[in-house]
Ligand binder design. Structure first.
Ligand code: AMP
Ligand code: MN
Ligand code: MN
Ligand code: MN
Length: 294
């Protein structure tokens, strides 16, 4: 943008979850809360599903908030799980929906295996409990975590992840998600912008992160989530430098799941650092988002 300051807060939140995956609020509740927190442009980006978008869109029309159709796709690159947010997608696109269907099947299979392993670890019936909690929503580790926590087997959800649900722990199932390039292709086919979510959360070294972003861009990825709800200032600085170096559009999203977690108090993230090209410019100028891989 070139402005010295883009303001102290942004009205954009381009990464949030609802009960369509592992969020606490229904899509309509989420939109209402975002609106009263001052958000003007909201993307609903549930894990591997667009099922919440119609309800969110209807609620957005009532509140005057602008809803961006989104999704957070689980991908695998070099044996690592990476999340790619697709923004401004045509949620009905057949290729995208076929891809999300595959991920649904992968999740169902993984959940069964998690249930078997957790049963062996002395927690019977946990698959059924997690399924009941997820309801019609996409089943995630978060649902297992809440059920295990409510059994009193850990102090909180984070503790459950550490004890049961992360690599090397009894309920962890290593999973092959969509290939990174494939997921980017689905998003682009659906007319969306592919944004690498929370880049500092993958515990990659600097050189791996640079390698990832080089490949991500070659695959047609266009954006980087520079501001993420939980990212400390040092991470924001690193991501800012990476967005500039790899000429990626900058996104900002709270990754809001529910009130227990850290959504900035006013529901607003700080403004993007100056000098970055905000991803929402691509919504107004689609040529930026769907440029050919180079
Ligand atoms: P899944 O995609 O089913 O493997 O679940 C991933 C989700 O679990 C993330 O989107 C987070 O919402 C949640 N999650 C992952 N790690 C943790 C953690 N250490 N503490 C709390 N929630 C976590
Ligand atoms: Mn989640
Ligand atoms: Mn994520
Ligand atoms: Mn997320």
């Amino acid at each position: 943008m070139g402005d010295f300051m883009q303001g102290l807060v942004t009205n954009y939140d381009l990464h949030t979850h609802s009960t369509a995956s592992d969020g606490v609020y229904t899509p309509a509740e989420l939109v209402a809360r975002a609106a009263s927190a001052g958000i003007k442009v909201l993307a609903l980006t549930d894990h591997d599903t667009t099922a919440g978008l119609a309800e969110a869109e209807a609620a957005a029309r009532e509140t005057g908030i602008r809803l961006i159709s989104g999704v957070e796709i689980s991908t695998t690159w070099q044996h690592k799980t990476l999340h790619v947010v697709g923004l401004n997608i045509d949620a009905e696109h057949a290729l995208l929906q076929a891809g999300l269907q595959q991920l649904d099947a992968i999740r169902t299979e993984r959940a069964s295996e998690m249930g078997r392993r957790l049963e062996k670890a002395g927690i019977p019936g946990i698959l059924e409990a997690a399924e009941a909690l997820a309801g019609k929503g996409m089943l995630t580790r978060t649902h297992f975590a809440h059920c295990i926590a409510s059994l009193g087997l850990a102090v909180d959800v984070r503790d459950v992840f550490n004890r049961y649900l992360t690599a090397g722990k009894p309920g962890y199932v290593s999973t092959r998600w969509a290939d990174l390039d494939t997921a980017i292709a689905w998003i682009r086919a659906a007319g969306g912008v592919a944004v690498l979510a929370h880049p500092q959360r993958y515990q990659l070294t600097g050189s791996w992160l640079r390698r990832l972003l080089g490949e991500f861009r070659e695959m047609g990825g266009a954006g980087l989530e520079v501001l993420s709800g939980t990212a400390p200032p040092g991470d924001v600085q690193s991501s800012t430098a990476l967005a500039m170096r790899f000429d990626l559009l900058a996104s900002c999203g709270s990754d809001f799941h529910g009130p227990d977690e850290c959504w900035p108090k006013l529901g607003r993230l700080p403004a993007l650092p100056a000098g970055l090209n905000p991803v929402w410019h691509a919504f107004e100028n689609p040529g930026t988002a769907t440029r050919d891989a180079q």
